[in-house]
Design a protein around this ligand. Structure first.
Ligand SMILES: Nc1c(NC[C@H](O)[C@H](O)[C@H](O)CO)[nH]c(=O)[nH]c1=O
Ligand SMILES: CC(=O)[C@@H](O)COP(=O)(O)O
Length: 158
């Protein structure tokens, strides 16, 4: 279903568990920093809204989305971390570079989650234009950071 048909910030919290003792890693790419900061704020606010403690949310930055995988692993390897949310924005350029990044990150963070048996959430905005990216960072299609936090809480409620 296209994002245009499902707002990223619409969700049900009926099945959520108590997350007051859960520890979350946020890994945020610095590329397109203004947008990734907005995604991170959306994720942070959603975790707090649903009971996470400020002191249990650990935010790290990485240079770009390609480094999200290693950033996720460096957090997920710690027993104290219950879930990791990866946030980045990749906007298509003149070459296929964006494809290589997106495929590497999708595959990489999937493997980290499977390796450490904990939610590692794919919060990557992958768009053709800057406008489309802003539409998914608090714009008309909601906030992908909110979606990432909801996915993390949902998986912890599994
Ligand atoms: N073009 C974008 C990048 N490129 C940088 C890579 O992610 C990586 O940091 C570099 O190749 C060094 O390993 N990153 C984004 O997050 N978004 C982009 O649009
Ligand atoms: C997605 C990217 O890495 C992008 O900025 C690279 O741009 P280009 O393909 O024009 O080199």
């Amino acid at each position: 279903m296209a994002t245009a048909l499902k707002n990223l910030s619409d969700y049900s919290s009926d099945h959520f568990i108590d997350i007051s003792d859960k520890r979350f890693g946020l890994v945020v790419a610095e590329w397109n920093r203004e947008i990734t900061d907005t995604l991170a704020q959306g994720a942070y606010d959603t975790l707090i809204k649903h009971g996470a403690k400020e002191e249990n949310i650990f935010r790290n930055t990485v240079p770009g989305s390609f480094e999200l995988t290693l950033g996720a692993q460096l957090l997920a390897q710690h027993e104290q971390i219950d879930a990791v949310i990866c946030l980045g924005v990749v906007i298509k350029g003149e070459t296929k570079h964006d494809d290589y990044i997106c495929h590497a990150v999708a595959s990489g963070i999937t493997n980290v989650g499977l390796k450490y048996n904990k939610p590692v959430i794919f919060g990557l905005v992958t768009t053709n234009t800057l406008e489309q990216a802003w539409d998914r960072a608090g714009g008309k299609h909601g906030n992908k950071g909110v979606e990432g936090a909801v996915a993390a809480i949902h998986m912890l409620s599994f």
